[in-house]
Design a protein around this ligand. Sequence first.
Ligand code: TYD
Ligand code: MG
Length: 432
Amino acid sequence: MKTSNARRTVFACHECGNQSTKWLGRCPECGNWNSYLEEQTRSEPAGQAAAARRLNLKPAQALPLAQVRFAQTNRLRLAMRELNQVLGGGIVPGSLVLVGGDPGIGKSTLLLQLASEVAATFGQVLYVSGEESVQQLKLRAQRLGVEGDRLMVLAENDLDAIIEQLESSRPMLAVIDSIQTVFLGGVTSAPGSVSQVRECAGRLMVLAKSSHVPIFLVGHVNKEGAIAGPRVLEHVVDTVLYLEGERHQSFRILRSQKNRFGSTDEIGVFEMRDSGMHEVNDPSRAFLQDRSLSQVGNVVHVALEGSRPLLVELQSLTTPSRFGAPRRSVNGIDLNRLHMLVAVLERRAHLNLGEEDVFVNVAGGVRLTEPAADLAVALAMASSVADRALPKGTIAMGEVGLAGEIRPVTGVPRRLAEAARLGFGKAAGIQI
Ligand code: TYD
Ligand code: MG
């Protein structure tokens, strides 16, 4: 039977990579609407096994666990402390790391800075750009004050050519910017499609593991859906980092969403300046810088992102609604969580929010994911409704339950120590 090269049409969700033989309006896997695109695939040589055959790898041998050696010292430790921490203590040789984020958020800038540091300290680095010419890279590098003989740049989209270059030069680190612009000749669908992105990442994974070269991939998050998003790759790679932030604000947060070599939810805080990404060494202080602490509707919360406590300011404004259905709008917290807290305040605290528009904002462009922020959100709304400010020097942390109870949060000593360091003496909502 000649199945090996038979082409097949499939429909793939560009959000999560789920595939189906027919077009679907809504992805049953991730729930997104209109995310299915038609793609051509070939039925056989896909997958990592085929990629490994092409690279002439020997099949792996089983060995006793006791004989497996683990060299922590092998990690490339970085002077950029924020990045080092998010990666779990440096770059692991042979790891495949995905750096996702909205276009224009600063992924290329951060990775060029990383490439330059590794080149200066450890050895040759290959920076492959499928989006920019080498001249454009040079311009960016000049802007960042980056130079060096060991930082090699390559403008290439053909993954076979990139792999060839990687195999012959065996650098200390490779960066592929971006995975959505490279393609494999054997795969018929367009660059950026689910099949291409997956297949390319699969090949790079095999290469990283066999050559021990750590590879960083850039993956654009896209809302319109013409290209496959980073979520398609999350289960393929070892580590997933997301660069977040508001484009018009200067703070950027690098968050580890998945890490086979370290803990998740670690964050690194950077500031985007004209000269590139600069580490923020004391983020709590930075986020509270222009503090308007004794204002009505403002509450300071200590978030615990990964292992690091972070002071952030939550702001709420409530105003009488002019329309029938009051608006609830959030920036930095989950909207569903806000709906729940509004309901709890109405029923349990008898605050009248039914005819109020409610706006909640986390200052500095930080996104809070923990329920521990509940109490601060609730207090901010209550403060706004009552038109009374919280006592000075107060921080709030606690999960709010549906019965209106305040539930304990984790890591209280660490959070309190951080709050005390910045001069906050009163804490609301603590149960130890
Ligand atoms: P970039 O790293 O190209 O974003 P991405 O790769 O995620 O798409 O950064 C894009 C923006 O950052 C661009 O609008 C210009 C700005 N920028 C700075 O503010 N400072 C800098 O030093 C550089 C290089 C870019
Ligand atoms: Mg870029």
